[in-house]
Design a protein around this ligand. Sequence first.
Ligand SMILES: *[C@@H]1O[C@H](CO)[C@@H](O)[C@H](O)[C@H]1NC(C)=O
Ligand SMILES: *[C@@H]1O[C@H](CO)[C@@H](O)[C@H](O)[C@H]1NC(C)=O
Ligand SMILES: *[C@@H]1O[C@H](CO)[C@@H](O)[C@H](O)[C@H]1NC(C)=O
Ligand SMILES: *[C@@H]1O[C@H](CO)[C@@H](O)[C@H](O)[C@H]1NC(C)=O
Ligand SMILES: *[C@@H]1O[C@H](CO)[C@@H](O)[C@H](O)[C@H]1NC(C)=O
Length: 411
Amino acid sequence: MLLKTVLLLALVAQVLVLENGLLRKPPMGWLAWERFRCNIDCNEDPKNCISEELFMEMADRLAQDGWRELGYVYLNIDDCWIGGRDAKGNLVPDRKRFPHGIAFLADYAHSLGLKLGIYEDLGNFTCMGYPGTTLDKVVQDAQTFAEWKVDMLKLDGCYSSPQERAEGYPKMAAALNATGRPIAFSCSWPAYEGGLPPKVNYTLLADICNLWRNFDDIQDSWRSVLSILDWFVTHQDVLQPVAGPGHWNDPDVLLIGNFGLSFEQARAQMALWTVLAAPLLMSTDLRTISAQNIDILQNPLMIKINQDPLGIQGRRILKEKSYIEVYLRPLVNEASAIVFFSRRTDMPYHYHSSLARLNFSSSVVYEAQDVYTGEIISGLQDKTNFTVIINPSGVVMWYLYPISKLGIPQQ
Ligand SMILES: *[C@@H]1O[C@H](CO)[C@@H](O)[C@H](O)[C@H]1NC(C)=O
Ligand SMILES: *[C@@H]1O[C@H](CO)[C@@H](O)[C@H](O)[C@H]1NC(C)=O
Ligand SMILES: *[C@@H]1O[C@H](CO)[C@@H](O)[C@H](O)[C@H]1NC(C)=O
Ligand SMILES: *[C@@H]1O[C@H](CO)[C@@H](O)[C@H](O)[C@H]1NC(C)=O
Ligand SMILES: *[C@@H]1O[C@H](CO)[C@@H](O)[C@H](O)[C@H]1NC(C)=O
């Protein structure tokens, strides 16, 4: 009994010292899962199967097509890379699909100025049935990832019990820290506990994880985007305060460039994920993505807003009977991002509003830049009436900033 108490205290002491200084801004990059899933048939589909070739080709695109310079630096492997364990119990990749091993891929990513993310699952198996990290393997697997020079770990939660997760996620955080290598830690833990207190302790998560998946996997459809958005908005009073520099809610990857979203819906996902301070992890084929979708993902003002140093997650502040919703994210230097979002299904809607209606202060003159068109709307005072025209399932997004206080000239 005494021994048990001592062990428990040791665990708690470890948990309190895990701040790793990583991901002060939401991570940006590419993750294989949504687009490429567990496609392991390299005979039938050699260009799209989960293999080192796929990751090297995506790394080349990230480095050569302007993504890296904008901050899209993570190249993240997901499920279905594991071949098994060797005689010493160390994880090894599938030898046919990853013939040069994961350390080679990490070196390749680093040589291009990128970072490599890997996937494992705290439990008997990964979700797709590959060997998982059981509690007795946590330290060993953390050491393996560090030896390979991996930069991020997404730890899924299939095939584990709530007790195993409660022990295993803090244990992995401590094990990653003990390797001495900075490895960002993405925890799927809350998604397996319903995403809400009291089953989920977000204070604890923020201590041990850099980001966490709270809710269901995204699928390639607008319906899936809306179900995730609805869940995050319904629970925004719980979720909004727990996000911040180094610890983010993760509503899952961007679908932009795939098959399920229209142009308007792709722009809407990008804008909404940005006000939610979500990770910008693309899951699309960067070899064939269209110029139109590249424009959405490479919008410099959008990325600046997503990466705002305050790291405050936005909220839905208005839900109109007209099926227009307004989202607001506070930014550094008293600026804000505002998203006007239409859930209508008829035609472009003329939405009339004013900053007073959005509770902005009466003593300041603002200017807004439309994030997608670049248009400047100047001289906005609280009572100024404005109209934004929002397409069905689309957004208008403003970057709003003060230009002067009334009566006080601009500095
Ligand atoms: C994991 O495997 C062990 C040993 O076979 C078994 O007792 C346990 O029930 C399994 N756990 C889950 C959650 O499947
Ligand atoms: C481990 O934790 C300590 C204490 O929080 C921190 O200073 C250090 O940077 C961490 N190291 C790594 C590699 O995460
Ligand atoms: C949540 O975790 C924190 C940090 O470990 C702890 O101090 C707090 O007591 C926990 N809260 C609950 C309700 O368990
Ligand atoms: C504006 O403030 C009032 C009073 O605090 C509040 O009831 C209302 O919900 C706020 N509206 C918006 C759009 O934030
Ligand atoms: C703005 O619109 C409201 C409602 O339509 C109207 O009452 C008000 O006079 C208008 N304000 C200005 C400054 O035009």
